[in-house]
Design a protein around this ligand. Structure first.
Ligand code: PAF
Length: 281
């Protein structure tokens, strides 16, 4: 496994690989890797000659400095896991290498996708995500890039970024990886207390129940029902629940037969913010 800290060295290495017509699959991460990340890497390995994983906790996508400070950074363990899944290349730049002197985001217009859900609750988050993902795409120039559907809004925004900027690569979204109790895998789960760890699978239970009721209740009824369920749960605080159309991510009232919908949740378990979603049909 080749580990690079400098973009010039990574670019030189990947340039040689490209000359040999090798295809590059890219999995961007912020580290604290779990099975969900590894499943993205495994999918990337099946379709590309070479898989590059980046580990970079991107400061510009955090609207809360405490969240950034507490973000887990188990680098040694991450590298061990990456070796186990036979990852080819790891890029672990420091902040200066990516941002030089100015740690700021570019402003993006994602046709309104950035204004929904996470965009309403995490100021500047998607400008930060767009900025880092664009920079990484420019350095790595992958043929395919892999993202999990847990951050479904992020996935749609990155598809939009690539389309609007004409970046020649394919974005591949893969299903959410869950613990056996249903909790969506997330690097943030490691910060949950024992009590909150036990409480958190409730989020997926509610999503499953929503999915089952989707054909017999309106989105409004389902939203009120979910809000009530969270009010009765002392360990989890609901930030938002919404049923939205997959392409526009707009909250919907009227279900149309030719469109796809998802239910989205953000909730706090103690001071850990968790998100999850489910496809409705
Ligand atoms: O999903 C993440 O881990 C991050 O948002 C990403 C895509 C690596 C950008 O920092």
């Amino acid at each position: 496994m080749n580990v690079f800290k400098l973009k010039s060295e990574l670019e030189a290495f990947l340039g040689l690989q490209k000359k040999e017509n090798k295809t590059i699959g890219f999995v961007p991460t912020m580290g604290a890797l779990h099975r969900g990340h590894l499943s993205l890497i495994e999918s990337a390995k099946l379709k590309n000659s070479l898989v590059v994983v980046s580990i970079f906790v991107n400061p510009t996508q955090f609207d809360n400095s405490d969240d950034l400070k507490k973000y887990p950074k188990p680098l040694e363990n991450d590298l061990k896991l990456l070796k186990q899944v036979k990852c080819d290349v790891v890029f672990i730049p420091d902040v200066k290498e990516i941002y030089s002197k100015k740690i700021t985001s570019q402003n993006f217009d994602f046709d309104g996708l950035e204004l929904e859900m996470e965009g309403k609750h995490r100021e500047g988050h998607f400008d930060g995500v767009g900025t880092i993902v664009k920079k990484l795409f420019e350095i790595i120039k992958p043929d395919n890039a892999y993202f999990g559907e847990k951050d479904f809004q992020q996935l749609q925004i990155i598809k939009k970024l690539v389309k609007k900027l004409n970046i020649p690569l394919k974005i591949i979204g893969l299903p959410i990886y869950r613990e056996s109790n249903g909790l969506a895998m997330s690097s943030r789960n490691s910060r949950l207390s024992e009590q909150h760890k036990k409480a958190a699978p409730f989020i997926y239970e509610v999503l499953r129940d929503t999915q089952q009721r989707f054909t017999s209740k309106t989105p409004k009824e389902l939203t009120l029902w979910v809000e009530e369920k969270f009010k009765n749960n002392e360990l989890l605080q609901l930030e938002y629940f919404t049923i939205a159309e997959e392409e526009t991510l707009k909250t919907t009232e009227n279900i149309q037969p030719n469109k796809n919908y998802r239910a989205f949740i953000a909730a706090y378990a103690g001071n850990v913010r968790l998100i999850d979603n489910i496809r409705l049909q």
